[in-house]
Every structure is written in C-alpha cells, then in structure tokens.
Design a protein around this ligand. Structure first.
Ligand SMILES: Cc1cc2nc3c(=O)[nH]c(=O)nc-3n(C[C@H](O)[C@H](O)[C@H](O)COP(=O)(O)OP(=O)(O)OC[C@H]3O[C@@H](n4cnc5c(N)ncnc54)[C@H](O)[C@@H]3O)c2cc1C
Length: 400
C-alpha cells in the first residue's frame, strides 16, 4: 500500500494532537524509568491503563495483522506514533516483552491458534509477558540453560530457577527456554521453547531489589510446575533456534515490533540543558572548553546513531556489510547512554554523590538514570557479547 507524504503529514498532526490531549501526566508518584523497573501495583496499573488507552485509540500494533487485533497499516504509521511519543515524552508501554519480542515471534513462528490466543492480549495489556532465559549460572552462556522440562502425558513438568525476570510479578505468560534433553550432538540440541502460563502451581516469582532500591525483576522458581504440552513453540529440541529469533527482535536487529516507547526518553539534549545550568568555577559549566568539547562529541554520536537508523532503510547504502548497522544498534545506543549519564553526574561535582538526599540535583534523577543505564548494556546480551557477535558475524573473525 503506497501512502502519500500528505497523508503521513496529516496523520502526524492527528497523533500529535491526540497525545497532547491524552498524555496521562504526572501521576503524583515516582514513575519507573523502563519496563524493567515496574515495582509497585500503582505504577503497574497506571502504565497498563496508559497502554490500553493507546491501543484503543488505534496507535499500537498498527502494522500487525487486523485479524489478530492489529491495525493492518504500513509500518510508517507506527514509526510516526513512536517518534511523536518520544517527542512529547509520554509514558512508555509496560508490556514491552510482549509487544517487542514475544508478539513478533508468535506472529512469525506461532500457530494460527497461538496468534488468536495471544496477540490481542499483548496489545491491550490484558496479558503481560516476561522472559525466562537467564539462570543464576547461565546468562551470557544461555546455551547451557539447565531448567528442566520433562514430558509427562499432556504436560511438561518444569524444575529449576530463572533469574532477572523483568515484570515477573505481573506476567501472565513467560517465554521460557528449558532443557528437555541432555543427549544430542550439542548443548543446544537439548533445549525447547515454551509459552508458559505463569499463574501455575509451582511457579513462584520472587522480587529482587535493585541498586536504586527499586524492584522490577524476579528470581522465578519452578517446583514441579505442570504446564500444558501444547505450550511448546516449535518442536522439542528446536528451542535454541526459537530463542535466537527472539533475541533478534529483542536487540532490534529485525523489524516487526508493535511500537511505542519501552523506556523514558532521556537524551543528550537533557544533558546539554543540565550543563547549561551547572556551574564550574562560578560560571556556567557549558562555558568550560573541555565540557563543550565533550558535549559536542556526545551530540555527534547521538546524531550519527539517528542517521545510522535511517541508513538501514536504504539498501544501497548497506551493501558492504549489510547486517552491521542493525546488529550494532543496541551496542551503540546503550553504551552512549551509559557514558552521557556518567558525564551528567560528573557535571554535578561533589553533589554527584548524592542520590536519596534532599540536596540531590533534580531530586536524584540523574543518579537513578545513571544506575539504570547499565541495564541496557547487560540485558539482551552484554556489551562484550555484542562485540563478539559483531566480530564473528559481521567481520567474519574466528569464533572465540
Ligand atoms: C535490568 C535487567 C533486566 C533483565 N531482564 C531479563 C529478563 O527479563 N529475562 C531474562 O531472561 N534475563 C534478563 N536479564 C538478564 C540478562 O540477560 C543477563 O544479565 C545477561 O545475559 C548477562 O548474563 P549474566 O548476568 O549471567 O552475566 P555473565 O554471563 O556471568 O557475564 C559476566 C561478565 O562476563 C562477560 N562475559 C561473559 N561471557 C563472555 C564472553 N563469551 N566474551 C566476553 N565477555 C563475556 C560479560 O560481558 C559480563 O561482563 C536482565 C538483566 C538486567 C540487567
């Protein structure tokens, strides 16, 4: 379906007006910074209501098929909504794991029955999803996952524990990677992938407190938990391939996500504004040549990340190493954010050390953002693992 520039401009005006009118605004309590920090019921309900409202207005899953609850429109409409959301700084979509990786995966690999059962509940936030990949001893080394799934009649019996389960306390379903066999040619061959119902006897998510004193993720214990055998995705022993397809969605390497923000948008311009009102030797910090120099570096990097994103959409500009930009997006974006958040702390001088304190700059916002900025450099594959992937799959270096 071809869409005219005029139609898109008109749509941008419409969505922008809707967001201005419907932005739920300050709830009067601290909002989490991303889907990984949703820790209280009031935060969760507020964010769930917001996602519902966006979906009911037709601004979520706009490019997903209509028969399952999507909008059936070209992706460009959803891109415009997401851009306007970032510009107006509206709250993020809490069901990020469902919208951005479980949902696209089900649309790509699920059965007709799966699509009918799960997609609409993902979009309208009735069904929150979490991800059970990491284990206490197996994070980067995901292929060695040890949580057991043993077939017993019409069920699989699950035992073991997963960790860092974001949204684990609120989720109705988990995308679960578990070991169905220790046999086979490699460790990967014994893994299977499930769409597991969380409200099952024997599944127990226990919240974990973070460095910022917020909650958001859990250690999820499985104790003889019986899940239906038909919740397996693909066949037994094919779990590794399904998990890899999931990670491609999670890292943003391929499109198909439902859209919307997954975290508060803090960007380099916010740091620039902080530099303008911070002081160095009694003068605005931005007058310091070293600070100006660093700010310019950040602005260039941020701009080049935006341009790189645009470049992925023009095949002729990606001939030499076609996957390089998409595969490095998470690495570049998460590391840049961690560095500029660190810089924002250094702008505060001795006050940089104050977090939960009445004297903390901007109520401790920057300290919280700085601590949380490490999340994206770890979740979905650490920075070092991303470097390995780039080395092996883009540059063709030997496997480490
Ligand atoms: C905020 C947050 C939310 C998360 N949410 C979820 C979730 O919802 N579901 C889920 O399943 N997981 C989740 N995770 C877990 C995340 O995926 C893992 O933390 C991550 O994969 C790293 O695993 P690990 O913590 O066991 O670290 P390890 O794998 O033990 O790594 C420790 C260090 O060794 C380095 N390292 C490891 N292997 C290599 C290698 N081959 N080459 C070079 N360096 C290496 C790592 O880069 C890291 O610096 C979340 C993590 C965070 C921080």
């Amino acid at each position: 379906m071809s869409v005219s520039e005029q139609e898109l401009d008109q749509f941008r005006v419409e969505v922008s007006a809707w967001l201005r009118e419907n932005n739920p605004g300050d709830p009067g309590f601290l909002l989490p910074e991303s889907f990984m920090e949703v820790g209280t019921d009031e935060q969760f309900e507020y964010l769930r209501d917001w996602q519902r409202k966006v979906y009911d207005a037709g601004y979520l899953g706009m490019s997903w098929p209509e028969e399952y609850g999507g909008g059936g429109k070209p992706q460009v409409f959803q891109d415009i909504v997401s851009q306007e959301m970032a510009r107006q700084r509206v709250p993020f979509m809490t069901n990020t794991i469902g919208l951005n990786w479980a949902g696209p995966l089900i649309l790509q690999q699920g059965t007709e029955e799966d699509k009918k059962k799960y997609i609409k509940g993902i979009l309208n936030a009735d069904d929150i999803w979490c991800q059970g990949f990491s284990e206490p001893d197996h994070g980067s080394d995901l292929g060695n996952a040890q949580v057991k799934a043993v077939k017993d009649g019409d069920d699989y019996i699950i035992n073991g524990s997963k960790i860092w389960t974001s949204l684990g306390s609120y989720a109705k379903y988990m995308i679960l990677l578990a070991r169905t066999s220790n046999e086979g040619p490699s460790k990967y061959a014994g893994l299977s992938f499930f769409l597991a119902p969380m409200k099952t006897e024997g599944i127990d998510p226990q919240p974990i407190k973070k460095l910022t004193s917020e909650y958001g993720f859990c250690q999820t214990f499985f104790n003889d938990a019986r899940i239906p055998a038909n919740s397996i995705m693909g066949r037994e022993g094919e779990g590794w391939q399904v998990a890899m397809a999931t990670l491609m969605f999670e890292r943003g390497n391929v499109g198909g996500q439902a859209g919307g923000l997954s975290m508060m948008d803090i960007n380099v311009n916010d740091v620039l504004e902080l530099a303008r009102r911070s002081k160095r030797n009694g003068k605005p910090a931005l007058e310091d040549p070293l600070i100006r120099d660093q700010m310019v570096q950040f602005l260039i990097e941020a701009k080049s990340n935006v341009l790189m994103g645009a470049r992925t959409k023009i095949p002729a500009l990606n001939t030499e190493r076609p996957t390089a930009i998409a595969m490095s997006g998470k690495l570049r974006g998460s590391e840049l954010k961690r560095r500029f958040c660190q810089f924002a702390m250094s702008l505060q001088g001795a006050n940089g050390g104050r977090f939960i304190s009445p004297e903390a700059v901007d109520g401790g916002k920057w300290q919280r953002i700085y601590f949380n900025s490490f999340s994206a450099t770890i979740g979905g594959g650490t920075t070092q693992v991303q470097y390995n992937i780039m080395g092996e799959r883009v540059l063709g270096l030997p496997k480490s």
